[in-house]
Design a protein around this ligand. Structure first.
Ligand SMILES: [Zn+2]
Length: 300
């Protein structure tokens, strides 16, 4: 029998009626900005002044966090395993618990980063939900969250927290902020501010909204949009040397980096097939064949 698993969460019950906002961090165990920002919200939000209820889960995937890795010991990606199973492996059980919690909420924010191996330029995203009412709210929340990139992508992908929210018609956004195995202090600030901005947008707190700092808003409804693992995979095991920087403009044919063998005798160039800016980039140099090396945000 699998042991029953309980997520460690804090609920701030406001003094007045209002919506239930759920904020998740650490769905992947090596994404630290989310965890620190949620703990800061727990310390600083005064529940008596809140309309509605705020539920905070700083570290959803505790097994992965203890390992210091993206996944727990069963190797399953929690963001591909929802809605999970109550009697499954550790990640399947966490997926089941977090999916049940999502269904109790009215709005969801799921905070991520590039993890140990990637830098991800600050981005807030949502699914292009088939229900225009849900989609409009998601657009509003993403804009309020206030990161430089707003990215709407296909609603067809399954297994995510956002897929559970999609199926329950709960407006949901996610965010990405750098990574690379450390916790960016700017990311913690931006995530804390972003959540407060969303609470204000939802009427849960009184707060003056800051100046908008969106640089690009992109909506892409093509298959697999938003799945950053698909376009630039390492062709071999080796050492990845990126030759571009985050947000650099690229066109098809531009070299994003190269993968060499340990002796530097063979060099495989990684060439852009898209026009846009570099949105995320591998920073952990050792790569295995098939590993994702980066992604380009396609701009027209
Ligand atoms: Zn993540």
């Amino acid at each position: 029998m699998s042991e029953k698993l309980a997520l460690k969460k804090t609920t701030l019950q406001g003094g007045k009626p209002g919506p239930h906002l759920l904020v998740l961090g650490g769905v992947h165990g090596d994404e630290f900005e989310s965890m620190a920002a949620i703990r800061r919200l727990k310390r600083t939000v005064d529940a008596s002044g809140v309309r509605g209820r705020l539920t905070l889960v700083p570290v959803v995937n505790e097994g992965a966090f203890i390992r210091g890795e993206r996944t727990a010991e069963d190797g399953l990606d929690l963001a591909r395993t929802c809605p999970g199973r109550p009697d499954g492996s550790i990640t399947e059980r966490v997926a089941h618990e977090v999916s049940s919690l999502i269904r109790t909420s009215d709005f969801l924010i799921d905070l991520h980063s590039g993890g140990n191996i990637m830098h991800f330029y600050p981005t807030v995203g949502y699914t292009l939900h088939p229900d225009s009412e849900v989609l409009d709210v998601q657009r509003r929340l993403a804009e309020a969250f206030n990161l430089p990139i707003i990215w709407g992508t296909t609603s067809q992908l399954d297994g995510r927290t956002l897929s559970v929210a999609r199926d329950a018609r709960i407006p949901a956004i996610y965010a990405e902020y750098m990574g690379g195995g450390i916790c960016s202090p700017d990311g913690v600030d931006a995530y804390t501010e972003g959540c407060l901005n969303v609470m204000s947008e939802l009427g849960m707190i009184e707060r003056e909204q800051p100046d908008n700092r969106t640089v690009h808003t992109v909506e892409d409804d093509s298959d697999q949009s938003g799945l950053i693992q698909v376009n630039y995979q390492s062709p071999v095991d080796g050492y990845f040397n990126p030759t571009v920087k985050l947000t650099q403009s690229v066109v098809p044919g531009d070299v994003l980096g190269e993968v060499t063998d340990p002796m530097g005798e063979t060099v495989e160039e990684i060439v852009s097939v898209q026009t846009g800016i570099v949105l995320c980039l591998r920073v952990f140099n050792r790569v295995l064949k098939g590993d994702s090396l980066g992604a380009v945000l396609v701009l027209e």
